[in-house]
Design a binder for this molecule. Structure first.
Ligand code: NI
Length: 150
């Protein structure tokens, strides 16, 4: 397990489309372990593989309810909407409001290669959408609503 370098928003790697994982390899398991370490070290609630320079469809999330690892995640359903401030480890020190669905249902594969379904509401829905966007080269700043001047 190791801490990896988190890429910052001007890095082109964050704008690439990530490739699906075809097989679970020892390298992929190391990537998952390192991504969790890196997320916790940075006090983040989520991290996507391109943020550590790897163009694979892999995400880790922990909103304080335990680690969730998602390989090849796909959003199946969304409903409702919510607006709240969002941040990103690749955009350090900044926050801005983003509209997201209030509920999402996601299909993914776990580290044993088994497909599973995860549902999230509120912060979990936000984290799932934010991290899955990273896999398509999308940053939250692309979707941020204008901030009213105080
Ligand atoms: Ni992010």
């Amino acid at each position: 397990m190791a801490i990896r370098n988190i890429r910052i928003s001007t890095d082109e790697v964050l704008r690439k489309i990530c490739k699906p994982v075809k097989e679970i390899t020892p390298n992929l398991l190391t990537l998952l372990d390192d991504m969790a370490d890196t997320m916790y070290e940075a006090n983040g609630v989520g991290l996507a593989a391109p943020q550590v320079g790897i163009l694979k469809r892999v995400v880790v999330i922990d909103i304080g309810e335990g680690l969730v690892e998602l390989i090849n995640p796909e959003i199946l359903e969304t409903s409702g909407s919510q607006i709240d401030d969002e941040g990103c480890l690749s955009v350090p020190g900044k926050y801005a409001p983003v509209e997201r669905p209030n509920y999402v249902k996601v299909k993914a594969m776990d580290r044993d290669g088994n497909e599973f379904i995860i549902e999230g509401e509120e912060l979990m829905a936000r984290a799932l959408c934010h991290e899955i966007d990273h896999l398509d080269g999308i940053l939250y700043i692309d979707k941020a609503l204008p901030v009213e001047e105080a």
